[in-house]
Each structure stands twice: as structure tokens, then as C-alpha cells.
Ligand binder design. Structure first.
Ligand code: HT7
Ligand code: ZN
Length: 887
């Protein structure tokens, strides 16, 4: 496979103005007639027309109505000697029922769906399948009416009618030009929840959420989220809905979460369907952000799209930022906004930081790829969002909104670059730090790796000054041995000895400022001296996680306890607790002997946690976050050499200590927070359920150690009586994760109740495959689960629920001294690769961090990766991942 390089970008040799597609749908053999108007791009030296194709059968090629000569070069259809402007007619067939890759046109539960991003349109017809070729689409769909009563595509329905032999047709015209990756078609037996809304500007819109007949009662939340999204984008950024009709359709077979096709979003059922009996609070919250995310793409992605796939973060980073802001703005209380921020940072640090330190590390704007599907990463999405967030920090919230307005004014209807975005934000704020530092700021797009920021504070009691020094560095990443300094906005506060916020005054300032101040770092090393500081402060650095860096500050335990108790910044309060727990974990991991009876946590930590639990001024959701220990993955990232079993044992020992040490407090927390009233997924109620759930899991864990039967019994009762899925699932999880004997009957009952609810059965599988390992019991269980009649490797959600829950999310169970976990992983990667390369390549990422492992894990993991790499006929998706891992 060859690498595609960003620097090789060339404008296309032809433009496509119009595309007229006619589909005759048949699962075994769908016929596609494609009539296009093309013209030569006058800015590019003449060359043959090269159209991309993949797994198509070509039956006819006509140029201006005449048979034309053409040749095939690999997968491309090449035509020479074309006039400057012409009509091209292509007739092809494809086999949707055999399409297990779920890219292009495929069938899921007797319904046709498409997925064209990034390069799926070429599996439907030959095309210039690149995002900078934007055309106007007319689509006619013909199909058997009884089997496919609903026929959908992008834009407006302009005609429909009957055809002979029980067939019918629908014709759709999209009023907006679009790149091929935004094309969509759906055909099947579907029903829709509908809502008409009137936007601020008075325009009326029809919103529709299409699902299978039995699922209509699970669409209320998705519709409400869509209505909120439309209103939010108009209110916050002045971006209205530009279509008469906006449709969402759910499918249970999907490689990713959802897809923002213009006017016809296609969603994984996981991010649409919810009612209180089947969906947890987390599901409700994910639906809100994914519905928002896809809707916000209507501007950031569809109206203004990417020039090439290296610019992917232009739309993805910006749209994640927008969906994060949306979810925060929907929170009624500041504390709930802080909780959302902490959750987002937790994802970034547990998933993106390891990516940035591993073999797949790449800049937010990558320089090369072999398979673009491998670059839908947490770096493009989550780190990309942090880069946008830093821009907002540097220009202010209003300045950022001005920048967004300018960006869309300048580039509406065009395919542009990350540079164009940053330039628009800076141009709208000419006096800002961003405008002053723009070339340096853009290093965030070009340099991979997570910067380390070492900070050191010195108090001078005589001068009453406090000097903070910063040194930034960034480790080498593949292809980038050296890094230049980044622009790092550091939000800072200082706490006095009584825990109160100190005024901040730098030597040059005329007057002290109150609260948080943003320091903008630009050099490898720099110092800031604050004057009129009456006592030695505790610095609260990087408030709100103002930059995606690793902050190193040698806090004493006493300072961390002070921050946990008093910081006005909720993020740093939570961070102080994480640092204390992390420190205890690392000390225990490095101690000579370790066993489950070890006590990594000291009394001061346990007392602090008790104070948090009992604090009436803190929200339940925040308490739950503080009392949740850092994950095994996050702990492992802090170590040079990782013994995964040791990490697992130490974390389990910490959990046991928290369970036993705070037993009475957990009892109280559970009784205080268990919900009895009507269910509502709002953040406050969800936070109460989360804390009650955590309490229950600690109570069951403590009971396991003491042999007490009361709490497991109560938990089983809670499981049976629960009025919503969150409480029911939390109870089930408490029994399963504590390894209690009652778990088996609860699991059996859960399966029996929900056997017809695919998304709930996914949870059932996932819970078991992701459970804490005890003596190597999870791998045999996973193998057994794969033999369950409900298991299928072809359905991505189901495959993820078992295999990914084990390989990607259960390190204590995967990394076995006998290497059986790695053997299992390599067999599944190879097996999946033949079915669905995108899903296989994601699974292949599970061993990205193999080179950090201690022996014998390191050698065994490497051998397993080599076994996959040696497999002939591997997809380029999986091939790229494993060869990078071994490089
Ligand atoms: N923009 C969408 C990307 C996507 C995708 C990419 C590759 C293969 C399948 C896919 N399904 C959706 C999703 C999003 O970020 O909104
Ligand atoms: Zn997206």
C-alpha cells in the first residue's frame, strides 16, 4: 500500500457540476445509472480523467451519448481525449447484501443504507471521490414498494409515484452543492417521529427521526436533542437550519457513531434510541451530544467542508468543540458544566494522550496516511477540539463567535483548510494574542505529541513576590524528532493559606486582578513574578484544563488537599484528588511486594474522600467523579515500564480500601441519593444516580471481603425493582464487578427481560467481557460469550460489546502472563479483517502501547502483532496499524 502525502495535494483536473443518479435497488444486484456534467479545470495542466471505483461492475461508458474508449488502472476508470465540457454516463452494478464492510451501499435488517465518508461513494459509482469536488445532486430511487416503502435521499422530495410490477420511485433534489462523501440514500420499512419547528428567522422546518416500527417509543429524546441543537446553533453562533426538511435515520449496523450527510443524517441506533427502561443516563447524554454533533456539521462540515482529508480536523475538531459547548450550555447549573468539562478531559487523557505517545501519533493535521479511515482518531476529534478551545481562550467567547461568523461568511460553499479557519478567527480579532502569535499557534496543527509543562513556584517572603517558572518540552513522535515551543494558554489562580483566592498582580500591572488569569506561554522556558503576595500561595495551574498538556508540578500532599478542599475551579479540585490517588498508585506499584491486601491509600486521602462525600455544598455528580479512581490505562500511562497485572492489583487494592474505609459513608450516600421519584435524565438527577451506583458497587465490594450478605441482597432487590435502566444496570454492575455469586442470576434475568432489545443485550455482553479479572477468569468467559446464539461478528456493535470490551477496555484481563489474551486478540483481528477492515483496524489498536510493557508481556505482544502483520491479504486499514506498531 502507498502513503498519500499532504504536500502532494493538487487541485482536481476536472470539476463535476451536476450528478443525476438513478438507483434500481436490489440487495443482490443494484443497478446505478450515473449521468454527470463535467468540465476541465482551467487552472490545471490537461490530463486524463481518472475516476475512483471500488468493487463495482462496469457495464457502460458514454461520453456525450456516444460509446467511449476507456481503460482501467488499478481501481480507477481512466478516459483520455475528453472535450473541455461534456456529459458522462456510467452504468454500474454492485451487491449491497454482500457488503460486510458497511461502506458504500449496504443492507442492514432488510433496509438499504449508505456510508460514503471518507471514500465510500466510489463503491456506488465511479467518481472524483474527493471532498473538494462539489456538485449538485438529483437522485431517483426505484424499488419494490412492499419491501421498501420509504425512499430517502438528500434535500427535497420533488416527485414520487408508482412503477409497473409493484415498484415505485422517489426523486430527490439537494439544493446545496456537496462533496460525494455527504451523499446518502435510505430505503426500507421505516416509521418516523415528526416535529415541525419555526426558527427564529420565521422559517418552518420539518424534523423527522426514522426508525424501525417497534422503536418509535424510543425517539423522543433524539427529537428533543435535535430541536435543542437547531435552537442552540442559531442562538450561540447565528447559524440557522438551511433546509425545509432535516432527517435522521437509525441503523443497527454501522461502523461509527453517526454520519452528517446533508439533510439525511444516518445514525447508529445506539445514538438515537432511548427510553428509561432500556437506556442509561450515559446513553441519554451521548445521544444529546451525537445528535448535536451531526446537526452542527450542517455548517461546520457541510456548508464549509475540507479541501482534502488531511484537513479532517477542520470539521471534526471544530464540531466536537461545538457539541461540547452545546452540552455545557444546556446545563442549568455551573457545577454541571464543570462536570461535563471533567468528563471531556478524562476522555482526552485516557484515550488521546496514549495515542499521542504511541506508534499512531500524528498531528491534528496529519502529513500522510495509507488508509484515511484510520485517521478518524481521538487526536483529530478530541485534541482538535482542544485546539479550537484554546483559540476561544485567546480571543474570548465573543471574539470567537465573531471569528466563526467571519469563517462562514468567507468560505460558505467551499472546501478549505485548517489554516483558513485559524486565519478567520485571528482576522476577526486583530488585537488578540491569537492574531499576534498565529504562526506559532498553528504548531498545534503541525506537531504531534503531548507537550509537557514543568512548573515551579518560589515565594520570597521579604519581597512579597511569588515567581512561577515554566519549562515546556514535547517528546519525539514518529517522523518528528524535534519540536518547537507551542503557544500554551495557562489559566492560573493562587490560593492563600486560608484557601481563599489571592489577587493576581504581575510587576507591570497597574492594579491587581481578581480570580483566574490567562498566562500565554510561548517560549521553552519563562517566568512570571507576582507582586504584593502576602503569604506563600498554592498555585492552581491550568484551570479548566486550558491546554492539552501534561502539567508537572511538585505539589506536596498538603497542597493537593488544600486545592481539593478550597479551589474555586472545580476542574482543579477534581484534578487534586486524581493526583493524590495517582501518586498512591504509583508508589504502591513501585513498592517491592504487592498483593490485594496491600493498602496503597493513606488515611489523609481516605479522610479527604470522606469530607467530599459528606460535603453538602458539592453536587452528587462531582462527588462521583472525585471518588472514581484513575483508570488502569491512565495509571499505566504515567509509568515508564508497565506491568499490567501489577497495575490491576494495585487499583483493585485501592478500590477495596475505599470500599471498606468509607463503608458507613457509602451506606449513607446510597440512602441519600437513591432515586425514588419519576425518571428524568437531567444532569442533577443523573448525578444522584451515578453516586448511588458508585456507592452500591463499593458496598458490594466491601461485602465480598467480609462475607456480608446484606448489601448484595439489597442490590439484587434494587436490580429487580429499578424503575429505569440506569439504576438497574448500576445494580447489576455492582454485583458483577464485585464478583458476587448473585451476579449469575441477575445476569440471567437481565437477558431474559431484554432479549429483544439489541442495544441492551450489547450492554449485557459488554459488562461481562469488561468485568474485573480474578485469576484469569475473563478470557474463558469471553470465548464462551462468542458462542452465545446472540453473538455475531458481523454486527459492529455486538463485536465491540464483546471483543473490544475485553481487548480495548479490560487491560487487567487482556495482559495475561500466558499470552493467551494476545493470541485471542490476533485471531480476532484477522477474522474481523476479512469481514470489516475498519472495525478490525480499530481492534488492532488495542496493542499500540506494547513497547511500554514489562516482560514477558512485551515480547508476547510483539509476537502477536507480528503474526497479524505476516498475514497475507491483510486490508490496508489493518496493515497500516500493525506495521506502524512494529516500526
Ligand atoms: N463524519 C463522520 C465520520 C464517519 C465515518 C468515517 C469512516 C467510516 C465510517 C464513518 N461513519 C461516520 C462521523 C462524525 O464525525 O460525525
Ligand atoms: Zn463529526
Amino acid at each position: 500500500p502507498v502513503a498519500i502525502r499532504r504536500e502532494d495535494y493538487r487541485a482536481p483536473a476536472y470539476w463535476i457540476d451536476t450528478v443525476d443518479l438513478t438507483f434500481d435497488l436490489d440487495p443482490a444486484k443494484t443497478r446505478v445509472l450515473n449521468r454527470m456534467r463535467l468540465r476541465r479545470n482551467p487552472d490545471v495542466a490537461p490530463e486524463p480523467l481518472r475516476l475512483d471505483g471500488d468493487e463495482l461492475n462496469l457495464a457502460r461508458v458514454l461520453v456525450d451519448g456516444q460509446g467511449a474508449s476507456f481503460r482501467m488502472e488499478a481501481d480507477q476508470l481512466v478516459i483520455d481525449n475528453l472535450p473541455d465540457a461534456f456529459e458522462l454516463e456510467l452504468f454500474t452494478t454492485c451487491a449491497p447484501a454482500k457488503n460486510t464492510k458497511l461502506m458504500g451501499l449496504f443492507v442492514s435488517e432488510d433496509t438499504f443504507f449508505t456510508q460514503c465518508e471518507a471514500e465510500g461513494f466510489r463503491r456506488i459509482t465511479y467518481f472524483l471521490d474527493r471532498p473538494d469536488v462539489m456538485a449538485s445532486y438529483t437522485v431517483t430511487i426505484r424499488a419494490a414498494k412492499a419491501a421498501y416503502p420509504v425512499l430517502l435521499s438528500n434535500g427535497n422530495l420533488v416527485e414520487q409515484g408508482e412503477l409497473p410490477e409493484g415498484r415505485h420511485f422517489a426523486k430527490w433534489v439537494d439544493p446545496f452543492r456537496k462533496p460525494s462523501y455527504l451523499f446518502a440514500l435510505v430505503a426500507g420499512k421505516l416509521v418516523a417521529r415528526e416535529q415541525r419547528i419555526r426558527a427564529r428567522n420565521g422559517r418552518e422546518h420539518l424534523l423527522q427521526v426514522y426508525v424501525r416500527a417497534g422503536d418509535l417509543d424510543k425517539t423522543e429524546h433524539a427529537m428533543a436533542s435535535l430541536v435543542n441543537s437547531v435552537a442552540w446553533d442559531e442562538a450561540r453562533f447565528g447559524l440557522p437550519l438551511d433546509l425545509d426538511r432535516f432527517m435522521i435515520v437509525a441503523t443497527s449496523d454501522f461502523n461509527m457513531g453517526a454520519m452528517e450527510n446533508k439533510g439525511l443524517n444516518i445514525f447508529n441506533t445506539k445514538y438515537v434510541l432511548a427510553n428509561q427502561a432500556t437506556a442509561t443516563d450515559a446513553d441519554y447524554s451521548n445521544i444529546e451530544s451525537v445528535v448535536g454533533h451531526e446537526y452542527f456539521h450542517n455548517w461546520s462540515g457541510d456548508r464549509v467542508t475540507c479541501r482534502d482529508w488531511f484537513q479532517l480536523s477542520l470539521k471534526e475538531g471544530l464540531t466536537v468543540f461545538r457539541d461540547q459547548e452545546f452540552s455545557q450550555d444546556l446545563c442549568a447549573e455551573a457545577s454541571a458544566r464543570a462536570v461535563k468539562r471533567i468528563e471531556d478531559v478524562r476522555v482526552l487523557r485516557t484515550a488521546q494522550f496514549p495515542e499521542d505517545a504511541g506508534p499512531m501519533a500524528h498531528p491534528v493535521r496529519p502529513d500522510s496516511y495509507i488508509e484515511i479511515s484510520n485517521f478518524y482518531t481521538v487526536t483529530i476529534y478530541e485534541k482538535g477540539a482542544e485546539v479550537v478551545r484554546m483559540m476561544q481562550t485567546l480571543v474570548g467567547r465573543e471574539g470567537f463567535a465573531r471569528g466563526i461568523t467571519l469563517y462562514f461568511e468567507r468560505h460558505d460553499g467551499h472546501a478549505v483548510t485548517c489554516d483558513d479557519f485559524a486565519q478567520a478567527i485571528a482576522d476577526a480579532n486583530p488585537d488578540s494574542e491569537l492574531a499576534r502569535l498565529l504562526p506559532q499557534f498553528k504548531r498545534w496543527y503541525g506537531q504531534a505529541g503531548t507537550p509537557r509543562l514543568a512548573a515551579h513556584g518560589v515565594y520570597d517572603a521579604v519581597q512579597r513576590t511569588y515567581t512561577l517558572s515554566f519549562v515546556q518540552s514535547c517528546p519525539p513522535t514518529p517522523g518528528q524528532p524535534f519540536k518547537e515551543p507551542f503557544v500554551i494558554p495557562v489559566n492560573l489562580g493562587l490560593l492563600g493559606p486560608d484557601g481563599r483566592e489571592l489577587p493576581l498582580q504581575l510587576a507591570d500591572d497597574e492594579a491587581p486582578g481578581a480570580g483566574t488569569r490567562t498566562l500565554v506561554l510561548t517560549r521553552a522556558g519563562e517566568q512570571f513574578t507576582f507582586v504584593n503576595v502576602d503569604a506563600e500561595p498554592v498555585p492552581s495551574i491550568l484551570r479548566g484544563f486550558s491546554a492539552p498538556v501534561i502539567l508537572e508540578y511538585d505539589y506536596s500532599d498538603a497542597q493537593l488537599l488544600a486545592l481539593l478542599a478550597h479551589d474555586t475551579d472545580p476542574f482543579n479540585r477534581w484534578e487534586a484528588a486524581q493526583r493524590l490517588a495517582l501518586r498512591a498508585a504509583i508508589q504502591a506499584i513501585h513498592a517491592p511486594v504487592v498483593g490485594t491486601s496491600d493498602q496503597p491509600l493513606d488515611q489523609a486521602y481516605l479522610d479527604a474522600m470522606r469530607r467530599v462525600l459528606r460535603d453538602p455544598g458539592l453536587d452528587a455528580a462531582f462527588k462521583e467523579l472525585v471518588l472514581t479512581l484513575p483508570s488502569e490505562t491512565y495509571i499505566a500511562e504515567q509509568l515508564e515500564v508497565v506491568d499490567p497485572q501489577r497495575v490491576h492489583l494495585v487499583r483493585e487494592a485501592m478500590r477495596a480500601q475505599l470500599a471498606a474505609g468509607l463503608f458507613a459513608d457509602w451506606e449513607q450516600a446510597y440512602e441519600q441519593h437513591r432515586e425514588t421519584g419519576a425518571y428524568s435524565p437531567d444532569p442533577r438527577s443523573a448525578g444522584r444516580r451515578a453516586l448511588a451506583g458508585l456507592a452500591l458497587s463499593y458496598l458490594c465490594l466491601a461485602a465480598r471481603a467480609t462475607g456480608d450478605a446484606v448489601w448484595p441482597g439489597k442490590t439484587l432487590q434494587r436490580f429487580k425493582d429499578a424503575g429505569n435502566m440506569t439504576d438497574r444496570f448500576n445494580a447489576l454492575q455492582a454485583l458483577v464487578s464485585s464478583g458476587h455469586a448473585l451476579a449469575a442470576q441477575a445476569l440471567a434475568r437481565f437477558h431474559a427481560i431484554f432479549k429483544n432489545e439489541a442495544l441492551v443485550i450489547d450492554k449485557w455482553f459488554s459488562l461481562q467481557a469488561g468485568a474485573p479479572d480474578r485469576g484469569g477468569d475473563i478470557l474463558p468467559l469471553v470465548k464462551q460469550l462468542m458462542k452465545h446464539p446472540d453473538f455475531s461478528l458481523k454486527n459492529p456493535n455486538r463485536a465491540r460489546s464483546v471483543i473490544f470490551s475485553y481487548c480495548n477496555a479490560n487491560p487487567g484481563a487482556l495482559h495475561r502472563p500466558d499470552a493467551a489474551g494476545y493470541v485471542f486478540w490476533s485471531e480476532r483481528v484477522i477474522e474481523l479483517d476479512a469481514i470489516n477492515p475498519q472495525v478490525a483496524a480499530r481492534l488492532a489498536r488495542a496493542l499500540d502501547r506494547w513497547s511500554k510493557l514489562a516482560e514477558p508481556y512485551r515480547s508476547a505482544a510483539r509476537e502477536a502483532i507480528m503474526r497479524v502483520a505476516a498475514k497475507p491479504e491483510l486490508s490496508k486499514d489493518t496493515h497500516e496499524v500493525v506495521t506502524r506498531a512494529l516500526a
